[in-house]
Design a binder for this molecule. Structure first.
Ligand SMILES: Cc1ncc(COP(=O)(O)O)c(C=O)c1O
Length: 374
């Protein structure tokens, strides 16, 4: 199974004969401020610790997560990026059948398939701003008993928060004997007050999937974590390989959670720029922008503008700007693309490039690239 990801700058730069730094990457939604200033010193401070194994229990990092979210340390398991957690969850929780609300991050389907999970997919729709409806969920659960239900909050790649009714539904279901409610919240740091973490203490079956990647600009360090009732956290920890979270990742994660000034600056920047970018993109004829609470925007193109994959290659060739066409997301199609919210001047460059490319497209073919991972 081939999964397409954003942020493919190494492969693209090799293909285009440029350096990765020349590419302005809107395809991966990462904090455009980069990691908090001062992290370099924290990382170099770890150098002398590299001759020992990392703390196998990730104590300092768990303590910091516990303090930040005001949640019992027994409810936390730390992993090598949330992707590691995604791959262990079906095994640790014995998920043999699952209901997935799509479109969603492609690795879920692969992780479920690798475990042999029988997967039923239902789709959130553009008419409802990609918010799943309680009626859809109830209808699917009436027909089958699933071991788990997968949701994303805010949704990806649309950025929609779950509606109040759906949140009430999750609160009710997760306190009963029914399926595990697995909720991907890797983008919720951009709207932390909306996190479902407040439900964890009273829940039986809720598992929240969190990450440092997006908000703290750290995709290369790999830090993810689970927030769940202690029984679930214990099960997951029982499956994790030892030392999967490095000493540097543990130290960096704990330190980042104390950077309140950086957090507030990020929130202010993203909120302001998301509003501005959404308005600019909406003003381009033929583009429709969906409401987002995250650091990215999903855009639908009128059919007459051609497929998003052509637009992507066009602006990459001409401006070295990379956007994420959404043809590979099940439940979307090639009329959608997603862009990260970046710094003001970078967002301006994106808007100018899109305006230019859409008014005078250059459809010369770009060499095909293989998205298959090693
Ligand atoms: C919705 C969603 N969940 C999870 C992940 C995995 O992130 P990481 O493994 O870096 O924590 C991604 C990465 O793109 C994502 O978009």
């Amino acid at each position: 199974m081939t999964i397409v990801h954003g942020g493919n700058v190494y492969e693209l730069s090799a293909l285009a004969g440029c350096s990765p730094e020349e590419i302005l990457d809107f395809s991966a939604s990462i904090n455009p401020l980069g990691p908090p200033a001062g992290l370099e010193a924290v990382l170099s401070g770890c150098f002398r610790l590299l001759e020992s194994y990392p703390d196998i229990h990730c104590r300092r990092l768990i303590e910091a997560i516990s303090k930040f979210h005001d949640i019992d340390p027994a409810c936390i398991a730390v992993t090598n990026g949330s992707t590691e957690l995604i791959y262990w969850l079906p095994r640790a929780l014995g998920v043999d059948s699952a209901l997935a609300i799509l479109p969603a991050f492609g690795e879920y389907v692969k992780a479920f398939e690798l475990h042999g999970t029988r997967l039923e997919k239902i789709f959130s729709t553009p008419e409802k701003d990609f918010k799943p409806e309680v009626e859809q969920l109830d209808a699917a659960l009436r027909n089958h008993a699933f071991d788990a239900v997968l949701l994303t909050h805010p949704s990806s790649p649309a950025g929609a928060l779950l509606g109040v009714e759906t949140i009430d539904w999750i609160a009710e279901k997760s306190s009963g004997p029914g399926p595990f409610l697995l909720v991907d919240e890797v983008f919720v740091d951009f709207c932390e007050q909306s996190s479902l973490k407040r439900l964890v203490a009273g829940a039986r079956n809720l598992a929240l999937i969190r990450s440092f990647t997006k908000f703290y600009g750290l995709p290369g360090l790999r830090i993810g974590y689970l927030l769940a009732p202690p029984r679930i956290a214990e099960k997951v920890k029982g499956f994790l390989p030892p030392w999967s979270v490095s000493t540097a990742a543990q130290a960096a994660g704990a330190w980042c959670l104390g950077r309140e000034e950086y957090r507030l600056k990020t929130l202010e920047l993203i909120e302001e720029q998301r509003r501005r970018l959404a308005a600019e993109l909406s003003s381009i004829p033929g583009l429709e922008v969906f409401p987002s609470a995250a650091n990215f925007l999903l855009v639908r193109m009128d059919r007459g503008l051609g497929p998003a994959s052509s637009l992507k290659w066009d602006i990459f060739k001409r401006y070295r700007i990379l956007i994420r066409d959404c043809g590979s997301f099940e439940g979307l199609g090639d009329s959608y693309f997603r862009v990260a919210v970046r710094l003001p001047e970078q967002n301006d460059r994106l808007v100018a490039a899109l305006k230019d490319a859409l008014s005078s497209p250059d459809s010369a073919a770009f060499p095909t690239i293989s998205h298959a991972r090693p």
